[in-house]
Design a protein around this ligand. Structure first.
Ligand code: G4P
Length: 534
């Protein structure tokens, strides 16, 4: 596109947007960091607001609390705040019990991720899983090593752990002095200054205490002679030994800038946020089945990555979370919903602020809007002003938990079918029909989804059903270029094969080990961990 034709206002709005998510293992400090970021952004006034939602979320999974939970997770699904002139959209990645496919899919809608590592634990399993999803789009990662006020691993050991387990090279942008009781502060390489740690300083004390010259002898008094000597040596060593951050490598997800701090004490958070707004990329181009779409194109476009059902039990409506990829959204605009070939009017879209939902007049690429609908929108649906496009990279992820559905009233088979199809369209669960036998198998990425599904089948479709456990833990979508081989594979593996709700052939098995065995036996068959929506 000729730069003269680019709308300058649109470009300005795009450049100030940062859309990201936090990836971490439960307990690493995501809630605490989120809260501090919102405090810095002025989106909440006091600590505790995010925390209390988390406590409510951890409630048991009876129907009422599931309902309540959905309310909670919508209001914290997208937290928008401003910082130093930037408009930041922080997308929640539910963890703990509410870990689900949505947690993965949220990562398809961001431009960057902040990874939190607990300094005592190093890289943990959930972080590893989420990183795998980030890898699919080479999402840039900024790392925050948390809990330096506690004893933990040495920084270089954490780097080794990250590099080993996540195959991403660490480039320290800050460096800690000691840890636990000996934690004295963090040296910032970019600013060449040292922030001296004091427990629990407030985001309002913008300045904290800094020293900008490491040869300053006051340093020896403040942090002890031994630690000052150590810091000078560490800084010399790191400056001498490590390459500076390579923006290209970082932007394609192979290098990660690393910050150290203590979220609970608000230490190192501002440094990270200051660097974040500068180096996190603004919304960029996105692939569609037809062509790449640039954010500054005039035509409006975007995709749905999450659907939240009946927030209000009276109205049974659903909110589709929609990521804007190009153009400008204006209230009441008409867009084309390509999958169903209809024009729809976006009259009551919602924008998500940190604590409330507001009706919006306009929104830009990188923003997430909530669109109310009655079940017509599916995950992965693309809307554009006109051009028929289909955004790619918003897939279904292979479930890891499975149950067989047993219907109590056989006359309700049709309702059960309808309910399961609709719930799978929302991305809540996945449904598989075995090639042999006719009982549905449901699959989920997180087990809470089973309770949600059962409760909703009863409440919304009047279906009484129950689950039977089933010895399965792996699903892979199957393709093969050679029809003959595929036919043979189907014949030999019929008892492990199913069709998912969109008719795709899916192989289900008991373990990764078994999968490996089958893959070895059938080298021409491709086993996919994700699949794009129709
Ligand atoms: P999550 O959302 O990733 O699950 O983690 P969350 O922020 O809830 O933090 C998990 C625990 O770690 C909390 O303690 C929290 O206070 C603590 N924490 C977070 N950041 C730091 C830090 O920088 N230093 C230390 N020492 N602890 C930190 P908790 O006991 O589970 O909860 P609470 O009683 O403190 O609320």
């Amino acid at each position: 596109m000729n730069s003269n034709t680019i709308d300058k206002i649109l470009l300005k709005e795009i450049n100030k947007r940062r859309t990201f998510a936090i990836i971490s293992h439960p307990d690493a400090g995501k809630t605490t960091l989120t809260e501090k970021l919102l405090l810095f952004g002025g989106a909440i006034q006091q600590a505790g607001a995010v925390k209390s939602r988390k406590v409510a979320r951890a409630a048991t999974s009876d129907f009422l609390s599931i309902e309540q939970e959905r309310g909670i997770s919508v209001s914290s699904s997208v937290m928008k705040f401003e910082y130093k002139g930037y408009e930041i959209n922080l997308l929640d990645t539910p963890g703990h019990k509410d870990f689900s496919e949505d947690t993965y899919r949220v990562l398809t809608a961001v431009d960057c991720a902040v990874m939190i590592i607990d300094n005592a634990k190093g890289v943990e399993p959930q972080t590893q899983k989420l990183m795998e999803v980030c890898r699919m789009r080479n999402t840039p990662i900024i790392t925050f090593i948390n809990k330096l006020d506690r004893e933990g691993m040495e920084p270089l050991d954490i780097f080794e752990d990250i590099e080993d387990k996540l195959q991403i090279e660490c480039v320290p942008l800050s460096w800690p002095i000691g840890m636990g009781k000996r934690f004295k502060g963090v040296y910032n390489f970019a600013k060449k200054e040292l922030g001296i740690f004091s427990a629990g300083y407030s985001p309002k004390d913008d300045d904290g205490f800094y020293i900008d010259d490491l040869t300053d002898l006051r340093l020896d008094e403040m942090i002890s002679e031994t630690q000052a000597k150590q810091l000078r040596e560490d800084v010399d060593l790191i400056v001498g030994a490590s390459e500076p951050l390579d923006m290209d490598l970082y932007l394609n997800g192979t290098q990660t800038p690393v910050f150290f701090g203590s979220a609970i004490n608000n230490f190192g958070v501002k440094e990270m946020l200051d660097a974040f707004v500068k180096i996190a990329p603004p919304p960029g181009k996105r692939s569609t089945a037809q062509r790449d779409v640039e954010p500054f194109e005039k035509g409006f476009s975007g995709f749905t990555f999450k659907i939240q059902a009946n927030m209000d039990p009276e109205h049974r409506d659903r909110i589709a979370f929609f990521r804007i990829c190009s153009g400008k959204f204006t209230k009441g605009m008409k867009v084309r919903h390509h999958r169903i070939g209809k024009e729809i009017k976006l009259s009551n879209a919602t924008i998500f602020m940190a604590q409330e939902r507001n009706n919006i007049e306009e929104a830009y690429p990188g923003d997430i809007i909530g669109i109310h609908n009655h079940g017509t929108i599916k995950i992965g649906d693309t809307f554009t002003s006109k051009e028929p496009l289909k955004f790619l990279g918003i897939p279904s992820f292979a479930p890891e938990h499975f149950r067989r559905v047993i219907l109590k009233d056989p006359l309700k088979a049709k309702s059960l079918n309808k309910g399961l199809v609709q719930l799978s369209e929302e991305g809540a669960i996945q449904v598989f029909r075995p090639l042999l036998g006719n009982l549905h198998i449901v699959g989920a990425v997180g087990v809470l989804q089973f309770d949600v599904t059962m409760a909703r089948l009863k409440a919304e479709y009047n279906v009484n059903a129950s689950y039977e456990t089933i010895d399965l833990s792996v699903a892979r979508w199957i393709t093969c270029e050679d029809e003959k081989v595929l036919k043979e594979f189907k014949k030999k593996n019929e008892s492990n094969l199913t069709l998912d709700s969109e008719g795709w052939l899916t192989f289900l098995t008991t373990s990764v080990y078994q999968l490996g065995f089958t893959m070895e036996e059938w080298p021409q068959i491709v086993f996919h961990k994700t699949r794009e929506h129709n």
